[in-house]
Design a protein around this ligand. Structure first.
Ligand SMILES: Nc1ncnc2c1ncn2[C@@H]1O[C@H](COP(=O)(O)OP(=O)(O)OP(=O)(O)O)[C@@H](O)[C@H]1O
Ligand SMILES: [Mg+2]
Length: 143
């Protein structure tokens, strides 16, 4: 699907938020500046409240949010040097009943969850983004 603008990406995040359940992991793939954090922020605000401050976890690698029925974990693994370091970030707890949004999931190596929902965002001409999604329930993302 073609997402024409940042505001459309925010709308997509609200749709995605409505599909998520505790135990879900969403992998957000795409190059630097693709819009992974824009999408994650929109999901987090849809669930935690629109006033929520959502910094990019570029340096902290993870931020957590209380949302109804779960803790939401927002990971940015760009600076993860070794997949083993994921265990120090609460990965086990995040997967056990949390909602995990993961930027740069390639860094997980063999710990990439097989059952995750995967979303790929690619730049397209004119500030648009091409977004594709894999994983059963994500079919509900497309109108
Ligand atoms: N259609 C669009 N969807 C999303 N973001 C857009 C769009 N058009 C322009 N932008 C801009 O692109 C940038 C996306 O930045 P964002 O931090 O979300 O990228 P990222 O994929 O998380 O990058 P990084 O890998 O560095 O974490 C923002 O500055 C946003 O304003
Ligand atoms: Mg980001």
């Amino acid at each position: 699907m073609l997402v024409a603008s940042e505001s459309e990406m925010v709308q997509l995040g609200a749709h995605l938020a409505a599909l998520l359940r505790p135990g879900d992991a969403v992998l957000l793939e795409g190059p630097l500046g693709a819009g992974k954090t824009v999408l994650a922020r929109s999901v987090i605000r849809a669930l935690a409240g629109q006033g929520e401050a959502v910094p990019s976890p570029t340096f902290t690698l993870v931020q957590t949010y209380e949302v109804p029925g779960a803790v939401l974990w927002h990971f940015d693994l760009y600076r993860l040097d070794d997949p083993e370091e994921i265990w120090e970030l609460g990965w086990e707890e995040a997967l056990a009943g949390g909602i995990a949004l993961v930027e740069w999931p390639q860094r997980l190596g063999r710990y990439r969850p097989a059952s995750a929902l995967a979303i790929r965002i690619e730049p397209a001409p004119g500030g648009a983004r091409r977004v594709s999604a894999e994983g059963g329930r994500l079919a509900g993302l497309w109108p």
